[in-house]
Design a protein around this ligand. Sequence first.
Ligand code: GUN
Length: 286
Amino acid sequence: MAIRIDGKLMSAQVLDDVATDAAAFYQEFGIKPGLAVVLVGDDPASQVYVRNKIARATECGINSFKHRLPADTTQEYLDRLVADLNADPEVHGILVQLPLPAHLDEERILTAIDPAKDVDGFHPVNVGALNIGKESLIPCTPQGCMIMLRKVLGDLSGKHAVVVGRSNIVGKPMAALLLQANCTVSIVHSRTNNPQLLTKQADILVAAVGKPEMIGPDWVKPGAVVIDVGINTVERAGQYKLVGDVHYAAVEPLTQAITPVPGGVGPMTIACLMKNTLTAARRLET
Ligand code: GUN
């Protein structure tokens, strides 16, 4: 029987530790760790994500500052807001929810955030630090995936890990973390010839492509550990349903362990955001 990796349960443990740390931080410094979340426009999925982030922050004793801006917000306004948040001593972490409306320059905004407050780990300074194994703020989703992998497998040394997808948010930092953990890492993407040839060799398979149920049993080696980062909304018989990038029902019987969608990677991402906020707060105050 495959292990169903329970992201909700594991995230509760991470959040518990964060709450303890946040209370100790308050005792020590007389202020709560603070997280600013910026949401531009009306993307419904982003609204749900932001609401969840703020709810989790409140539960673990982190102050949150929500900035909800209209879809026609100018670049200048957003630049100014980020500069103000960089200078605000009550704000230890800054998250600008992606995607931004098309007229805004995503790279410019992510680069404007103070790397010390970059709880997403998307600033080039943090990306660079991660890739040379220096202390940094680590992107939340791959960080959450690593916690789950270590819980299931312990030491990851020598495992062949295959990451499907090469986004800056998940695929690339995931590959960097797996490499740092001494895995042999392959990255498979839309231009890879014969991708299954590689994924079929994976001891660890991480799917982060955003294509509903793309990974079927013919992509998976028996006994693999499968981490499904995808969150895709599909319509089935007139009902909306969340599915991952992995065809769970077909793949699960083959695996040693697998994450479900929902209830797998998603809750871990938010828990790691809280963890990063605490890390940033401690580094900024000490
Ligand atoms: N949109 C989807 N995932 C993320 C994330 O991890 N961080 C931010 N800022 N936006 C996102």
